[in-house]
Design a protein around this ligand. Structure first.
Ligand code: FER
Length: 300
């Protein structure tokens, strides 16, 4: 069962753009989500979909666990929440790389876990020797005092809170994680990825802070993505510093114009990246499949 974030038929609507939100921001979001899709010559798959069972829990392999982390956000002035995946056989005597994995417009620290099961996908890949044991931090990325999901997610205040997460992540959350868990504290062992609004955050924050992250994954990035002319501030640094730059979108996603714009700009500037256009929509199958491939390349 795939969960369409902006579901129409055939799937459980995770979030519909409600006619009750008769404001300009919701109207704009609806228009963006239903933009006509025009595919370009480069817009095809880089990888096949994941094999059957990739996101199903397996018996007889070691499993990781998920716990709650609270951090003091000086940026917001509140205590905020993240889920943290600790890999199978987690031990404080080992040092791990860390992936920060960011949610979409109506998500929170639980969204990835029920949308795409990154914990299960990683348990399975680690058991097969195909992914590195890693810590995954899944924060609430809406940096505002009332950061709870629900209601109209498109308000200007909530959208601005996704941008305001940049200093919260860099100055508050990462130090909290690195003070608590046995992680390797350098850019080579720190990755940033996200879906939709989280994909936009990944591009906006990651490309402006190559000193902090060597691995980026933007899945179906949303219109919060900086315009192509601004999203890559230093192409020569991006060319040499990034160990992995994964950019993906489904060919049935009305937001694909955003990632197409980023792909074209990257191509123009000669910044290496994976461009995966598969045949999904703005939905959980897209994010689970792309996470499956990203997880095998990150830190490897
Ligand atoms: C928009 C359409 C969609 C938008 C954001 C989204 C900020 C986000 C979608 C998601 O996170 O799934 O116009 O504007």
């Amino acid at each position: 069962m795939t969960l369409l974030r902006f579901g129409l038929l055939l799937a459980i609507p995770v979030l519909a753009v409600s006619p009750l939100w008769g404001d300009a921001a919701s109207d704009r979001a609806k228009a963006n989500l239903h933009r006509p899709i025009v595919l370009g010559a480069d817009d095809h798959r880089a990888v096949p979909d994941a094999p059957v069972g990739f996101d199903q829990p397996r018996a007889g392999i070691p499993h990781g666990r998920v716990e709650l982390l609270e951090w003091d956000s000086r940026t917001v002035g509140t205590r905020r929440r993240a889920s943290v995946y600790l890999p199978p056989n987690y031990s404080a005597a080992t040092s791990y790389p860390t992936l920060y994995l960011l949610h979409g417009i109506d998500g929170d620290e639980t969204e990835w876990l029920h949308f795409a099961h990154p914990d299960v996908i990683l348990d399975n890949l680690i058991a097969e020797g195909r992914a590195q044991p890693m810590i995954v931090v899944l924060p609430n990325g809406r940096a505002m005092k009332n950061d709870a999901r629900g209601g109209n997610p498109f308000t200007a205040e909530k959208v601005a809170a996704f941008a305001h997460f940049e200093p919260d992540l860099l100055d508050d959350l990462i130090p909290a994680v690195e003070g608590k868990y046995p992680v390797i504290r350098d850019r080579q062992h720190r990755a940033l990825a996200g879906l939709s609004m989280g994909g936009g955050q990944t591009l906006n924050f990651g490309l402006h802070h190559l000193d902090r992250f060597a691995w980026l994954g933007a899945f179906s990035p949303a219109p919060n993505t900086l315009p192509p002319s601004e999203v890559i501030p230093d192409a020569s640094a991006a060319r040499v510093e990034l160990r992995l730059f994964w950019l993906s979108c489904g060919s049935h996603d009305g937001l694909i114009n955003i990632s197409q714009g980023v792909h074209s700009r990257l191509k123009e500037l000669g910044v290496p990246h994976v461009w995966n256009v598969d045949d999904h929509a703005h939905e959980s199958a897209e994010w689970a499949n792309n996470f499956y491939h990203f997880a095998q390349r990150v830190f490897n």
